[in-house]
Design a binder for this molecule. Structure first.
Ligand code: KIV
Length: 289
């Protein structure tokens, strides 16, 4: 499957790739942390559509097709209902819309936990259907055998510890983790188990900062923080959160734009123009020659 985006027709809204480009690779991402040091932090954002990927691609090292699409795209209450087909379709769109960043796709709840074999079938299907370079899965030591199984069979795996949203029913909510010694110790040992199993990077989500720093110092592979610490080896945010698409976001989100207000204003102007018959105007209508 070609990962170069080539669509270039008069009617397409898609941006053609200016020239063939070499995509970053998982080994290149892994090598950004050498002897415990990451000179330049890794930049990751979520992406769910081709156009979003086109806009983010040149700025990011990694694009994550996160199962957060449950809430962001589908208006679902949690990530639990997400299916492999949903992930495969959005990941394929993101691969088609990008040519620089490494595309990683989330394994949805229920598609990998039962056994390493189940995980391999699900992950292989995702990579075949989408052209993504690797998968992300949630969980710590309990997933180490699965991470080793996948990586030894050609599937790069990004781990995810701390606040793991697919475990919301066990955790009882989305509060920050690692506030007591027992939980903090488990997050550190979970992250180490994933590192030793061969994960090429580990997302550290929603943990108290000292634990994020301890995990980052303990792991040979890069950590990617979200609600964690600027001392992680990289950062990720849900793109729509940082664009200001939602009124309610977690406190760790920094809003870089207020797109919801911009979209609402544009829709209001359009509605007013339609109602006053100011749209379509001369420029937007066809006349006989
Ligand atoms: O699903 C997602 O978007 C994620 C990130 C928040 C790390 O897992």
């Amino acid at each position: 499957m070609s990962t170069t985006f080539q669509l270039d027709t008069a009617t397409s809204r898609a941006n053609p790739t200016p020239q063939p480009m070499r995509r970053l690779t998982v080994p290149k991402i892994r090598q950004r942390k050498t002897d415990g040091v990451t000179e330049e932090p890794l930049v990751m954002l979520t992406a769910y559509t081709a156009r979003q990927a086109q806009l983010l691609d040149e700025h990011c090292d990694l694009l994550l097709v996160g199962d957060s699409l449950a809430q962001v795209i589908y208006g679902l209450p949690s990530t639990i209902p997400v299916t492999l087909d949903m992930m495969a379709n959005h990941a394929a769109a993101v691969v088609r819309g990008s040519y620089h960043a490494v595309v990683i796709v989330d394994m949805p709840f229920g598609s990998y936990e039962a056994s390493p074999q189940q995980a391999f079938e699900s992950a292989a299907g995702l990579l075949k259907a989408s052209g993504a370079a690797g998968v992300k899965l949630e969980g710590g030591a309990a997933m180490a055998e699965t991470v080793a199984f996948l990586t030894q069979r050609g599937i790069p795996v990004m781990g995810h510890v701390g606040l793991t949203p697919q475990a919301v029913n066990v955790l009882g909510g989305y509060a920050a983790r690692g506030r007591d010694d027992a939980e903090a110790g488990k997050i550190v040992s979970d992250a180490k188990a994933l590192d030793e199993a061969g994960a090429f990077a580990v997302v550290v989500e929603g943990v108290v900062e000292p634990i994020a720093i301890e995990v980052t110092q303990a792991l040979s592979c890069p950590t990617i923080g979200i609600g964690a610490s600027a001392k992680c080896d990289g950062q990720v945010l849900v793109c729509d959160d940082m664009l200001g698409m939602f009124d309610r976001v977690p406190r760790f989100v920094k809003r870089y734009e207020e797109l919801a207000a911009i979209i609402s204003k544009a829709a209001a102007s359009y509605a007013a123009d339609v109602r006053s018959r100011a749209f379509p105007g001369e420029d937007q209508t066809y006349q006989p020659k």
